[in-house]
Write a new protein. Structure first.
Lengths: 181, 188
């Protein structure tokens, strides 16, 4: 009789362990599509950004993601994948647009990032939004990560002077999507 | 002989018609193929406080989404392809701004032809839905936009006793009409 009782108990414990494990493994969110190829090298053109200090920050944030050792490499150069600065009366600090064709397996074909100069940014204004955090976040989208709950790099909104870094969940996320080097 | 001429003329007409149809298909179809794209847009937004939401709104209204008025496709400030959906919303109660009875609200995203634009964290409206909206109007446009995207959209919930609460999209933060009135009076 006792053995009969053990079975549902064992089943419940197994379900709890499997459920907890699955939750831990999905502490990131992505759209299901990605850049094509087993090891995509994607060229980012940030030449439209006029401020030299900002261009340096953008290059450093590409390195931040390259250092996660996922099978994905950002490189600088001339490309349709552009980072631009545009003035727009909007609450969006920056916007990433991910393009996919109807054909080609639904892989990402182009990405653009527009930084909204309607808002103040650091460097230039100390009380502004941290450009390094903004670009880290936008490159996360570039790699097809979606928004996650705060506090995290991929949280949907940001306060002035708030700084976020590439976290363990973000690193695990892109390693899951692209594989590990 | 006359019958042969008639047949030749008929064939010529058929050829011309086929050529015209193919040219029209290539011209319009080819143009549309340029727009055959899935675009996903994700914006990092300013975190708005309750006071900022009120301050940046021309209109704060509780209403019912009547219907979708369709989509439009255009190039945005960066020259990127964009699609927006227009909604007709009937005003049930006005908290701030002039009451027009009905307002047209534009939300980013939607499908137009072969272009599909998905905007993460945009305010999501559905027909017959009861909503509380914080709206602003661009100077050059007649339509309203939701302030701070999903931050400015609340679902209206009413219990069996008739008590109304507003639930913010995305955060599920709850607000009562009294609290909203207080926030508005603080700003004004």
């Amino acid at each position: 009789m006792k053995k009969v009782l053990y079975f549902p108990l064992f089943f419940l414990m197994a379900a709890f362990i499997i459920g907890a494990d699955a939750k831990e493994a999905r502490a990131f969110s992505y759209a299901g599509y990605r850049w094509g190829g087993s090891w995509p090298y994607v060229t980012v053109d940030y030449s439209p950004v006029a401020v030299n200090a900002w261009r340096n920050i953008i290059a450093n944030m590409m390195s931040d993601w390259n250092n996660t050792r996922a099978r994905y490499i950002f490189q600088a150069g001339s490309s349709n994948n552009k980072v631009t600065v545009t003035w727009r009366n909007s609450h969006a600090i920056a916007t990433t647009s991910i393009y996919r064709q109807w054909w080609g397996g639904g892989n990402v074909s182009k990405v653009t990032v527009a930084i909204n100069s309607y808002h103040a940014f650091y460097p230039v204004q100390a009380s502004g939004y941290d450009l390094a955090t903004v670009m880290r976040h936008e490159f996360g989208h570039w790699l097809v990560l979606n928004h996650t709950n705060p506090p995290s790099l991929m949280q949907p909104s940001l306060s002035p002077r708030e700084v976020q870094y590439v976290g363990l969940d973000d690193r695990n996320g892109i390693r899951y999507i692209y594989g590990t080097r | 002989m006359g019958q042969d001429n008639h047949m030749t003329a008929k064939k010529q007409v058929i050829r011309v018609v086929i050529i015209v149809v193919v040219l029209v298909a290539v011209f319009f179809g080819g143009r549309e193929l340029y727009y055959a794209k899935h675009i996903t847009r994700q914006s990092l937004m300013v975190k708005l406080t309750a006071e900022e939401l009120v301050r940046d709104s021309n209109i704060i209204m509780q209403g019912t989404v009547t219907k979708s008025l369709g989509t439009k496709r255009y190039a945005d400030e960066n020259g990127e392809i964009m699609v927006s959906t227009r909604w007709q919303v009937k005003v049930d109660k006005q908290y701030k701004g002039e009451n027009f009875g009905t307002v047209i609200v534009q939300t980013p995203g939607g499908r137009y032809g072969l272009t599909e634009v998905i905007v993460e964290d945009a305010a999501v409206l559905t027909p017959e839905e009861k909503v509380l909206l914080y709206l602003s109007q661009a100077e050059d446009e007649g339509e309203y936009r939701v302030v701070g995207e999903l931050q400015g959209k609340f679902e209206v919930s009413e219990d069996t006793a008739g008590n109304v609460t507003f639930i913010q999209q995305g955060t599920d933060e709850i607000k009562t009409p009294d609290k909203l009135q207080t926030e508005i009076s603080v700003v004004e």
